[in-house]
Design a protein around this ligand. Structure first.
Ligand SMILES: [Zn+2]
Length: 292
């Protein structure tokens, strides 16, 4: 396989090359790590490698290769979520992919469905995707790309072949910040679910000494609180697994109180210079919202 100008670590190149060249690349693969740009480039390059008829593949010059690169190949369908933003890929989008996957390809031997920043799928969307991955039509291939394996349910992971792009290639700054804050928010939610005070204290510790991250994480959590409340009333709402668990464990009143604590802390963050005190208050005040 020809990687063109794409810089990847040799180990990954070797693995992908041997799978592509021997025609044994799994029908569903997951690319993780690297930057958003690298994941997108590799997804397109792999599609070219699978469909280009020249050797070594992809030639990057033929009509097929060119069409894929410009995103106009009728059998390469690209869906793109937003990095660090859950539910940016709607369940209807996945349902569309599903119905389309059962239609015959236009000109290629099979269709390739690329889902970039696939962490944008909430629980419902992941469930819908799982149904396709469980019974994939013979004429469909899937390339998922995301920051981390942690973005997916175990059931999805068991259906895809993972390829980790080099982890140390340096993520784009914004993406890195967002994912750091999202991870902190997720960790605090998981700790809250246990209702264990020590775990909650420990989980908020990650926000010390980094005010920007602290504020991003709080904003993210306020959104997650809202989703948890919504999921109490609407079974069709697209919530993450953590949010669903959260809404099962806490009452609406508890969640609203926590949400208010965060709103106050967020506005205090701009006034109060003592960041570590804010982090301590975060843990203590969240714990105080839990009914015992
Ligand atoms: Zn070509």
């Amino acid at each position: 396989m020809n990687f063109g100008k794409l810089q990847l670590n040799e180990e990954v190149k070797k693995k992908l090359s041997s799978a592509v060249d021997s025609g044994t690349l799994s029908h569903a693969i997951l690319l993780t790590g690297g930057t958003e740009k690298e994941r997108k480039e590799l997804s397109l390059l792999l599609s070219q490698a699978l469909l280009c008829e020249n050797s070594p593949t992809p030639c990057l010059k033929c009509n097929i290769c060119k069409k894929i690169k410009s995103g106009i190949h009728p059998d390469v369908i690209i869906t793109e979520g937003e990095a660090g933003k859950q539910r940016s890929i709607k369940i209807d989008t996945i349902r569309d992919i599903r119905s389309r996957a059962y239609i015959m390809p236009n000109e290629a031997p099979f269709q390739i469905f690329i889902i970039l920043e696939a962490s944008g799928m909430g629980e419902e969307a992941q469930n819908a995707l799982l149904k396709i991955l469980e019974e994939p039509p013979a004429t469909a291939r899937f390339i998922l790309a995301s920051r981390s394996r942690d973005d997916f349910r175990q059931t999805i992971l068991s259906r895809v072949t993972p390829f980790a792009i080099s982890e140390d290639s340096g993520q784009a700054a914004g993406e890195k910040e967002n994912s750091k804050a999202s991870k902190a928010a997720e960790d605090i939610f998981s700790a809250l679910i246990t209702k264990n005070e020590a775990k909650i204290m420990l989980s908020t510790g990650a926000l010390e000494k980094d005010k920007k991250n602290y504020k991003l994480a709080l904003e993210r959590m306020i959104l997650m609180f809202r989703n948890s409340i919504v999921s109490k009333y609407r079974t069709d709402s697209e919530v993450s697994i953590t949010e669903k668990k959260f809404s099962d464990v806490f009452s609406e009143k508890e969640i609203i109180n926590m949400q208010n604590v965060l709103k106050t802390l967020l506005s205090d963050a701009d006034k109060n210079a003592n960041d570590n005190l804010l982090v301590t208050r975060l843990a203590i005040e969240l714990v105080a919202c839990i009914d015992r």
